[in-house]
Design a binder for this molecule. Structure first.
Ligand code: 1GP
Length: 237
């Protein structure tokens, strides 16, 4: 199931940026060679904003768009696919199964391709941990993250996402990524706090199949030029 070449995913957040800015970032990311655009965020999302962002990304690029939803009400049927995800280390039923049940009928009818995913928030966790009521998994002890990842795989989830949180000062430690990689066969996604070539290269060397960056594109003044080396490091992995 693992891919031979790791993929780079660009996360665009319609709660943080307006539609025109999202379009500009999508175009730059596409020119830089990103493989997929993920659309989502933790706060400030409405269905209108998500719909408009997805349509603008489609206008500006030919990349597949995967929704990365927090709540059922912002599930746009304009995207290609949806990470149908459970935040396995949330302390609230709502983020474990509640929002998923609320969106299931719509996802079923929509034509969105469902991609089942276990979402695991690692320290520091940032807004994703606060909003998702997660108790972040420790950075320095791989056992809890490995156990959560194994549970996700046993549930039949096709993707495991190790998330340090958008804007995290440090990404998920490569040793933690490697421990989870050893334990599971399904696709491994790593994101949060990856802003350098070294960090991107370390994530793929440790076994990530997909690397997500978001803040990088939001802060870039020249998206293509600034994203290219990171994407190159992921693809070379
Ligand atoms: C957040 O992992 C993603 O869900 C991206 O994080 O914004 O830190 O790149 P950054």
């Amino acid at each position: 199931m693992r891919r031979e070449r790791p993929l780079h995913l660009t996360l665009l957040d319609p709660g943080k940026s307006d539609t025109a800015t999202i379009g500009r970032m999508a175009r730059g990311a596409a020119e830089a060679g990103t493989d997929v655009i993920m659309v989502g965020g933790s706060t400030g999302l409405s269905l209108d904003r998500v719909d408009a962002a997805v349509l603008e990304i489609k206008e500006q690029s030919h990349l597949p768009v995967i929704l990365f939803p927090t709540v059922a009400k912002a599930v746009s049927t304009k995207a290609d696919a949806i990470f149908f995800m459970s935040l396995l280390n949330s302390t609230e039923r709502r983020f474990l199964v509640g929002e998923q049940i609320a969106s299931a009928a719509m996802v079923h009818q929509s034509g969105l391709q469902p991609l089942s995913m276990a979402y695991l928030i690692v320290e520091p966790g940032m807004a994703a941990a606060r909003v998702g009521k997660a108790k972040p998994l420790p950075r320095d002890d791989p056992a809890p993250a490995v156990a959560h990842a194994m549970a996700g795989e046993l549930f039949g989830m096709r993707f495991i996402y190790l998330e340090a949180g958008s804007g995290a000062s440090q990404p998920v430690p490569p040793a933690l990524v490697a421990a989870v990689r050893e334990a599971i066969k399904v696709m491994l996604i790593v994101g949060g706090g990856i802003r350098t070539v070294d960090a991107a290269a370390a994530a793929v060397a440790a076994g990530a199949d997909m690397v997500v960056t978001g803040t990088l594109v939001e802060r870039a003044s020249m998206v293509k030029e600034e994203l290219q080396p990171i994407i190159g490091a992921v693809h070379a992995g």
